[in-house]
Design a protein around this ligand. Structure first.
Ligand SMILES: C[S@@+](CC[C@H](N)C(=O)[O-])C[C@H]1O[C@@H](n2cnc3c(N)ncnc32)[C@H](O)[C@@H]1O
Length: 293
């Protein structure tokens, strides 16, 4: 949704553009190409390997940081960056990470199970897998993968304690059968990736921290790829547009709702058929955006 992303930022005041998930820099470069001179670019990625690739791809004027996006607000507060008028989150992982077999993200590639965006900290999944209880695994697969066969898959993981992508893939295939294999494998791999990187908490913390730092007239756009991410984007944008999230039956608002943004997308943008044909992984993408008031 490159065209849509560019159009979100076409009318914002000049200032700093925060690409919270720079990846290979495709979106930032498109914004710069189509809106020349409007922004100074700051790019962030939790994955140091992506930052190195981005350095080769992007002009020297870009300031690039290996950092998880929940830390961006702290970093911005300590720097005199000038007004932030563009923020982009393009969540999840990019095709380069999936295709590099040794990263252990993909069930199509053989490698040790890892799932970390930042391989310089924390533990790869193949070192954790011996420690999970049945209940923990079921919870992960149900919560982050909405996986119907969570219990059966978890039992098999407990029995076999797989260390490799193909080992885990074989367990899933045996339980769900070849017809349902691809969808189940992507749900299970997604669930473990979300768990290992604490993705949902990181994302919510980042949104809560960054929105107040955007200058008047600046905009924030979020592209999400599954309902859990989109649910958080929707909830936090609503919270900062002043809609109380406490639910019925509470006398006093405790959620901290306050109106500092206007939501511009009642319904999220979806990619068109042509984009989906070019990049089938874009099928589930949803773009929401809001403007600081
Ligand atoms: C879909 S890709 C972004 C692609 C990018 N928009 C482009 O045009 O190349 C998502 C990126 O977010 C990064 N990422 C994932 N979790 C992150 C986090 N917590 N903080 C910062 N970056 C993160 C991934 O490493 C990946 O490079």
């Amino acid at each position: 949704m490159v065209k849509e992303v560019v159009s979100v930022f076409a009318d914002v005041p000049e200032g700093v553009f925060i690409d919270a998930t720079i990846g290979l820099g495709g979106h930032a470069l498109a914004v710069e190409r189509d809106l020349p001179g409007k922004f100074i670019f700051f790019g962030f990625d939790r994955d140091g390997e992506m930052i190195e690739l981005a350095k080769d791809n992007l002009p020297e004027s870009y300031r690039l940081f290996k950092m998880t996006y929940s830390q961006i607000p702290l970093m911005l507060e300590g720097e005199n960056t000038g007004p932030v008028t563009g923020v982009l989150f393009d969540l999840g992982l990019n095709s380069m990470q999936l295709e590099r077999g040794e990263r252990g993200f993909s069930y199509h590639e053989k490698s040790f199970l890892d799932f970390r965006f930042d391989r310089s900290s924390g533990q790869p999944f193949h070192r954790m897998v011996d420690k999970f209880s049945l209940l923990e695994l079921v919870n992960i697969l149900k919560t982050y993968g909405q996986e119907k066969n969570a219990r059966a898959i978890s039992r098999a993981i407990i029995d076999q304690r797989p260390k490799t992508t193909d080992g885990l893939a074989a367990i899933i295939r045996k339980i769900v059968g070849p017809r349902n294999y691809n969808k189940a494998a992507s749900r299970v791999f997604q669930a473990f990736r979300i768990y290992v990187n604490n993705e949902l908490d990181e994302f919510e913390k980042a949104l809560r921290g960054i929105i107040p730092l955007i200058s008047k007239g600046g905009r924030i756009a979020v592209i999400s790829y599954h309902s859990l991410e989109d649910g958080i984007a929707k909830k936090i944008l609503r919270l900062f547009s002043g809609k109380c999230q406490c639910g019925p039956g509470r006398g006093i608002c405790e959620c901290g709702a306050r109106r500092i943004i206007d939501i511009k997308t009642k319904k999220p943008f979806r990619p068109n058929e042509m984009e989906i044909r070019k990049n089938p992984r874009a099928r589930s993408a949803r773009l929401r955006y809001a403007e600081k008031i």
